[in-house]
Design a protein around this ligand. Structure first.
Ligand code: GDP
Ligand code: MG
Length: 264
């Protein structure tokens, strides 16, 4: 029998949930929330922390980049600033990623999901060779889903919303993986406005016309690009703090994993 990349011995592989998002969007808090949710359901995940600079991790990680590299030492040794230190630490860790894969593989049969937290600064993961290697390697073995975490209260201005969506769009086209937009912090601001803008093009144009911060003609043309992008996504609103919307999120993950099995 032939073996497909996403299955071994006919056994279903657990989906990888790769949490990506702008600094402060709530990736780590969201990880803590979904980890607790899965433990409460007695379907524990496997947890990986890829942020070398996180001070206090609010969940227990099975694999923690900080056990392998000390980013402050890396900064000193290579005479780097914080971002260079984080990137170099991630690079050093990536050279040992085959060992990480072996460790995950040993547990893959007994976990429901593989949760991965990424560095605070988004571009360190999304625009580095290490980030690509880690993403591609995981995605070649496991059904991998991108959870793009958005700070909803900070994205209510149309131009900011569009910038964030264009960034998400670039990650979707780079990774070509199933993609879930996770509007976080809905305990502060509901994500309804976003859903409206994404489904009714004219509502967004209307909102944009009142926004004088950016060149509106450029923004108008770009919003057409986004219309196509939106058709490839799943959208959920959550609060990592209250746990609201977490069931919706897992429903979206299930759908995305099916998509992965079909398309990858
Ligand atoms: P990261 O840099 O993306 O990992 O973000 P963190 O998880 O460290 O969160 C950044 C800040 O946002 C922290 O102060 C969190 O307490 C806060 N935060 C995260 N999720 C939520 C949420 O759902 N609601 C609210 N009100 N605050 C949140
Ligand atoms: Mg974090």
């Amino acid at each position: 029998p032939t073996e497909t990349p996403a299955s071994t011995n006919g056994k279903k592989q657990p989906p990888v949930i790769l949490c990506i998002g702008m600094a402060g969007s709530g990736k780590t808090t969201f990880m803590q929330r979904i980890n607790a949710h899965l433990h409460a359901k007695k379907t524990p995940p496997y947890v990986v922390n890829l942020d070398p600079a996180v001070g206090n991790l609010p969940f227990t990680a099975n694999i923690d980049v900080r056990d392998t590299v000390n980013y402050k030492e890396v900064m000193k040794q290579y005479n780097l600033g914080p971002n260079g230190g984080i990137l170099t630490s991630l690079n050093l860790f990536t050279t040992k990623f085959d060992q990480v894969l072996d460790l995950i593989a040993k547990r893959a049969d007994s976990v429901s999901h593989i949760l991965v937290d990424t560095p605070g600064q988004i571009e360190i993961f999304t625009w580095s060779a290490s980030g690509s290697i880690i993403t591609d390697t995981l995605a070649s073995t496991y059904p991998t889903v991108i959870a793009y975490i958005i700070d909803t209260p900070r994205t209510t201005a149309p131009a900011t919303f569009m910038s964030n969506m264009l960034y998400a769009c670039s990650i979707l086209y780079k990774t070509k993986l199933p993609f879930i937009l996770v509007f976080n912090k809905t305990d502060v601001v509901s994500h309804e406005f976003a859903v409206e803008w994404m489904t009714d093009f004219e509502k967004f144009q209307e909102a944009l016309s009142h926004d004088t911060t950016y060149m509106s003609s450029l923004m108008n043309s770009m919003s057409l690009v986004l219309d196509e992008f939106y058709s490839h996504l799943k959208v959920v609103g959550v609060s990592a703090v209250t746990g609201n919307g977490v069931e919706d999120f897992f429903a979206a993950v299930d759908e995305a994993a099916v998509e992965y099995e079909r398309d990858y």
